[in-house]
Design a protein around this ligand. Structure first.
Ligand code: NAD
Length: 374
């Protein structure tokens, strides 16, 4: 490996690709951008291949191709699409910075482990997204937007008819009726994509403010006849509903859902298990051939009762796709955006050519979850 110039921050990125992950946390255009900011980049050989970037592209941009071992030992900071595994943590030298989606809201033991290894940890999920200085660092927005777009394509592929109305010599086909549950970043992008494909779109969100946004995109807002406005809107995010409110919401969604051909769910509450919006009974009420794409599906469950990552077809002929990996399936653009977000977080922490923490800064205060005491 080539010698790195003295006094520059060394930023490393590992190959995180797997059967479900095609993204990379650094793209060649960002290597060039970082170089100008005093950062030299190390990237594991082959890390960008699934996002269609070759080692030669990275080298041409000024990065150094390295082995995982070299990066773990030499980088001052490492950026992740996801977060370092226990095995990677074991190999990192104390003082190394890790930047990623660390799961700090739900996994305290993991964060304690980073601290115990003497690492400095920057949790992207804690970005104060409302600050204008944080906009270009917002990976949740960039990746959820990609996910919302891809969710509609996924649903369209699994659906046995057209999305738009189509008049043919053999008759007129009615457009698909699509319901989007959760109208945040992903939901709004899904509405836009579904409208462009000609579906008739209805959307619902628990935040009262979302009605106007849904309607401004030309979709209909679904009125459940329930008012959850009390307590909503802190920082612009949804609050978790009480068990009674949740039950009322589920009953109303289950009933309304029967009218739709395609349902896309994107509802989350920051740092918590996603709420169940559609129960098993609701899924049973859908017609044969209906398609559900649950973007919130995870091992913890999703917005649809019983959905897990992967595709299931119910006895009633409803396709339920648990799809938490959709951003990865638009790998080039998702990586470009993510790489820009991670690079801007990194450079935020570089002051006078050095990585450092300033606990009087709102972003530092919110995001540094380990190593702040040094
Ligand atoms: P998210 O991914 O956490 O959740 C997705 C959507 O699910 C949200 O709109 C949420 O209200 C909705 N939801 C949660 N529980 C629900 C329930 N029980 N029923 C129905 N819907 C439910 O959120 P997000 O997409 O990242 O963004 C949510 C809000 O944050 C939006 O208002 C967005 O404009 C705002 N936001 C602000 C900034 C910023 O200030 N820069 C950046 C990003 C997002």
């Amino acid at each position: 490996m080539a010698e790195q110039p003295e006094g520059r921050v060394l930023f490393g990125v590992l190959d995180e690709t797997s059967a479900t992950e095609s993204r990379v946390a650094l793209t060649p255009d960002i290597v060039t951008r970082l170089r100008k900011a005093g950062v030299s980049c190390l990237i594991e050989s082959g890390a960008g291949e699934k996002a269609f970037y070759t080692d030669a592209d990275y080298e041409a941009a000024g990065a150094t191709i390295a082995s995982a071992q070299q990066i773990l030992q030499q980088a001052h900071a490492i950026g992740f699409v996801d977060r370092p595994s226990e095995q990677v943590i074991e190999q990192l030298k104390p003082g190394t910075w890790v930047i990623g989606m660390l799961g700090s809201f739900t996994d305290e033991a993991y964060i304690s482990n980073l601290e115990a290894h003497g690492l400095t940890a920057v949790a992207i999920e804690r970005l104060p997204r409302q600050l204008s200085a944080a906009q270009s660092m917002d990976e949740m927005t960039s990746q959820n937007s990609v996910m919302g777009y891809k969710a509609v394509l996924e649903a369209a592929n699994a659906y046995g008819s057209f999305l738009p109305m189509m008049t043919t010599a053999a008759g007129t086909i009615r457009p698909a009726k699509m319901l989007i549950l959760g109208a945040g970043i992903a939901g709004l992008q899904a509405i836009g994509t579904a409208k462009r494909l000609g579906a008739v779109v209805t959307a619902y969100d628990v935040r009262p403010a979302s009605k106007e946004e849904v309607e401004s995109l030309g979709a209909k807002f679904l009125d459940l006849g329930l008012d959850f406005s009390k307590g909503q809107g802190e920082g612009g995010y949804a609050r978790a509903l009480t068990p009674e409110e949740q039950a009322a919401q589920q009953a109303a969604v289950d009933e309304k859902a029967t009218q739709f051909d395609i349902i896309i769910t994107t509802a989350k509450v920051p740092g918590r298990k996603p709420p169940v919006l559609l129960t098993k009974q609701g899924v049973q009420g859908l017609h044969r051939g209906a398609v559900i794409v649950d973007c919130a599906a995870s091992e913890l469950g999703g917005n649809v009762e019983g959905s897990t990552p992967g595709t299931q077809i119910t006895d009633g002929g409803v396709t339920v796709i648990g799809a938490p990996y959709l951003a990865s399936e638009v790998s080039t653009t998702a990586s470009n955006l993510l790489s820009r977000n991670v690079a801007d977080i990194l450079t935020h922490f570089i002051k006078d050519g050095q990585l450092s923490i300033d606990m009087t800064d709102e972003i530092d205060q919110a995001m540094v979850v380990a190593g702040a005491k040094e």
